[in-house]
Structure formats: C-alpha cells, structure tokens
Design a protein around this ligand. Structure first.
Ligand SMILES: [Mg+2]
Length: 226
C-alpha cells in the first residue's frame, strides 16, 4: 500500500556507504596485471561488480590460471591494506545521513569484520552501533535471497513494506524486491539499466538526489530515474 514516508532506510555498505568498490576493483585490476592479464578499470568493474567471491575467483582462475586458494589471501590482504590507506565514505553520503529523519541501518553481504573495518575507517561505524549493523553472517542465505533484509527489518521492528533499501548492485536490488521492500538503485558505478532490470523502483547517480527519492518512496507514480 502506498505511504507518504518510509519507516526504515536500509543501506547496503560497499559502494553505498563506503567507496570500497572502486578500491577493490583497482586492486583486482592490479593483481591481474601482475599475473600478466591487463584489463581496464571499466572492464574490471563490468566483469566483477556484484559477483560473489567464489564466482570472482573462478573467473580469475580462468584468466590467470591461479587457483582460488592462492589468489584469495593475496586479494584480501592487498584490499584491506588499501582500505586502511585510502578508504573514504561515498561522496555525499554524510550529508544524507545527517539530514535523515527516519531510522536507518546497514545490511551487507560482506562479513561483519569487513563492515566494522570499512565503517570504522571512514568514521561511520558509530552511526550504526549498537544494533543497526546486519551482515550476511547473521542469516542462512545472502543476497539476492531476502533473508538479510527481512532479518534487519524484524530486528528494527518495522514491517518489510515500510522499508526502503538503498543498493548499488543488481544482486542487492533483487534481494530488496524479494523482501517486498522499495528498492533505490545507486548507479555511480553499476550501469543504470542493470539496476532497473533487477527491479529498482528508481535509480540515481548522485547522493544529492537521494533525499528526494526517499521522500517519495512508496508512491507508485514516483518510480523514476534521475
Ligand atoms: Mg554494494
């Protein structure tokens, strides 16, 4: 049923709160180059963005011959080193959070330890503690299953239909729709059409546009792309 305001905003973490997708794809591009496979940053994003880690490792093996058990620890170490050096909040997200009237939380497909690291590094962790930090570690099935978003909504005592999810990958948008929630797709790195095809009610390319979309979320005639 349409309503004028959402009761809970659920943010994805990587690529929505913290600018980690850019860094992790740069690291991946660099590790591939060190193993003789040279691809551009845009190609790295289009090939790997939103992929599960097992799928990413399979593709890396096809491209380089390096097995997952050898590649994963190096990728993880180098990514975390880069996070520690230069991870920043997503441009404009601090202003969005500062002005948000509704309760909000974070729900990430990544491990809890990674979320605590990236949110801590960017000064955002305190906004989600205590009790507003949800990880795929908490549920049986990660996104695109609805489990994580339903778990977050239940813990926040808000019905799914009163929740708005902010996501940057088709996987996350599909999970939000499967949970019966309103899905907003941030398309700074992911192509807009992929988020729309996954079922995003609206897409946006700049965080400065998010407050207006949150204000109109749930109104069927407001589904749009900005
Ligand atoms: Mg993401």
């Amino acid at each position: 049923m349409p309503r004028s305001r959402p009761s809970l905003i659920i943010f994805d973490c990587d690529g929505v709160l913290v600018d980690s997708e850019r860094i992790s794809h740069l690291v991946l591009q660099q590790l591939l180059a060190e193993r003789g496979v040279h691809i551009g940053f845009d190609e790295a994003v289009s090939r790997f963005m939103g992929s599960s880690m097992p799928h990413t490792l399979d593709v890396v093996r096809q491209m380089t011959g390096v097995p997952p058990e050898e590649f994963l620890p190096v990728f993880r170490d180098r990514t975390y080193e880069a996070f520690a050096e230069r991870l920043e909040p997503v441009a404009g997200i601090l202003a969005v959070l500062d002005d948000l009237a509704e309760p909000y939380c974070v729900a990430s497909n990544g491990p809890r330890a990674k979320m605590e690291l990236t949110l801590g590094r960017t000064g955002l962790l305190g906004r989600f503690l205590p009790g507003r930090l949800f990880s795929a570690d908490d549920v049986a099935n990660p996104k695109p299953a609805p489990d994580l978003f339903l778990h977050a909504a239940a813990r926040m005592a808000v019905p799914p239909e009163a929740c708005v999810v902010v996501e940057d990958t088709p996987t996350g948008v599909r999970a939000a729709r499967a949970a019966g929630m309103w899905a907003l797709g941030y398309c700074a790195m992911t192509p807009m059409d992929r988020l729309q095809a996954a079922g995003a009610h609206a897409t946006f390319g700049s965080m400065s546009l998010l407050p207006a979309l949150l204000a109109s979320a749930g109104m069927p005639d407001q589904a749009s792309s900005l």
